[in-house]
Design a binder for this molecule. Structure first.
Ligand code: GDP
Ligand code: MG
Length: 397
């Protein structure tokens, strides 16, 4: 199953703006990898340094595209319904939220770092609301919800597990719908160290367990959005000091830049710290001013709009994903049709050469003999752990 990253947060922080900006169509992709997609699921792009320049070839990508040596690889992003206090008891769109969040492997938690929206997402004076409270609220609601799921059958699970000693297995069975596996439950239980008399565990213990499960199974980062508003700066520092992984962001700036680029008014590459106006005479004064503002308040100050950084960070930092380039001909770096470096695969942390074979084609995995590290001309076994930017040929019988 492919990986899914979800956008969460209270209402009006900019989740949808981020989603629209990140999933805006940039180019036609020949080999569209996702067939049916729900309306709130879109395609964003992971940006990595392509291997084309290193090998000195002109590539002809199929499942991705390459802009001047940067490979853009489609990944899935889901815009999850806004969350308010009490969501774990069904308040607001609580149930919808929790339904969506199940499928996510990692979470981008969007906050209004400028502090101009209150607990419910209503507009207030910039700087008057503390976004740290929002992060805590969302985490608490998530934990309460997860705890309530565990609590439902806890008595039985605890009793059975005391007898058969298989708590992780019994609990994981209850949590499969949430993309939480046995290994992750084991890890959480171990971390808590509450002992094996499960029937003695209190409600608070279960809440702690839910918290650990969240941290392990839904790694997350904080997107400090609306950084174009000056009151955001101090809150970004405070969020970082609290120990969160923080990406300063202006989703609105990214949206503006992508729209201008699509309209042919500017040259802009997502994730970049600059843009180039193509023909100033084609821009209205308002447009020019808006672009100037993005340059001054966002790009110069923070180095980028943060949208691309957040997508990359969620895959590489949170999930430890790697991007690999499978080829059939190790000399020409082509597939059977002569496309150069046709595909870039995003693989989960710890994936092996055999996993890659499986991702390419199940037949390839069934008859797997060995893989070749094209860069070094070395043979690799089925259990070789993939590294980022590996170029591999898979040889099968
Ligand atoms: N200043 C500023 N406003 C933003 C930014 N991103 C979103 N907004 C505004 O915040 C409001 C809510 O945005 P929306 O994406 O609908 O939020 P959601 O409810 O979290 O999906 C809209 O008026 C947006 O224009 C940003 O980066 N900077
Ligand atoms: Mg929205």
């Amino acid at each position: 199953m492919s990986v899914l990253v979800g956008l969460i947060g209270k209402p009006n922080v900019g989740k949808t703006t981020f989603f629209v900006a990140a999933t805006m169509k940039e180019a036609e992709i020949a080999d569209y990898p996702f067939t049916t997609i729900k309306p709130n699921i879109g395609i964003a792009y992971l940006k990595v340094e392509c291997v084309c320049r290193e090998f000195g070839v002109r590539d002809s990508p199929r499942n991705s595209f390459c802009i001047e040596g940067r490979r853009m690889i489609p990944v899935k992003l889901v815009d999850i319904a806004g969350l308010v206090e009490g969501a774990s008891e069904g308040r607001g769109k609580g149930n919808k939220f929790l339904d969506d969040v199940r499928q996510a492997d990692a979470l981008i938690h969007v906050v209004d770092a400028s502090g101009s929206t209150d607990s419910e997402g209503r507009h207030t004076e910039p700087g008057s609301w503390d976004p740290l409270k929002d992060v805590e609220m969302v985490e608490r609601e998530f934990d309460l919800w997860l705890a309530s799921i565990v609590m439902k059958d806890w008595e039985k699970i605890a009793r059975v597990s005391e007898l058969d000693g298989k708590l992780a297995e019994n609990l994981a069975q209850k949590l499969t719908g949430l993309s939480i596996g046995k290994g992750q439950v084991e890890q959480a239980v171990e971390k808590l160290g509450l002992g094996k008399r499960y029937t003695w565990w209190s409600r608070d213990d279960i809440l702690m367990l839910a918290r650990e499960l969240r941290i392990i199974s839904k790694p997350s980062l904080v997107v400090a959005n609306k950084c174009d508003i000056s009151t955001a700066e101090n809150n970004i520092t405070r969020l970082k000091e609290k120990g969160y992984k923080v990406v300063p962001c202006s989703a609105e700036a990214e949206l503006l830049l992508r729209k201008a680029a699509n309209a042919g008014l500017i040259e802009y590459e997502p994730g970049s710290n600059h843009f180039k106006i193509k023909d100033e005479s084609k821009l209205s004064r308002t447009q020019l001013e808006a672009l100037k503002m993005v340059e001054e308040r966002v790009l110069k100050k923070y180095g980028s709009t943060g949208v691309q950084d957040a997508i990359n960070a969620s895959y590489f930092d949170l999930l430890g994903s790697v991007v690999v380039f499978p080829v059939e001909d190790e000399k020409k770096l082509t597939d059977s049709k002569g496309n150069v470096l046709p595909d870039a695969y995003v693989m989960k942390r710890g994936s092996t050469a055999l996993d890659l074979a499986n991702a390419v084609h199940t037949e390839l995995a069934k008859n797997f003999l060995y893989a070749v590290d094209v860069r070094r001309g070395m043979r690799l076994g089925a259990d070789y752990i993939l590294k980022n930017r590996d170029v591999l040929k898979i040889v099968s019988a």
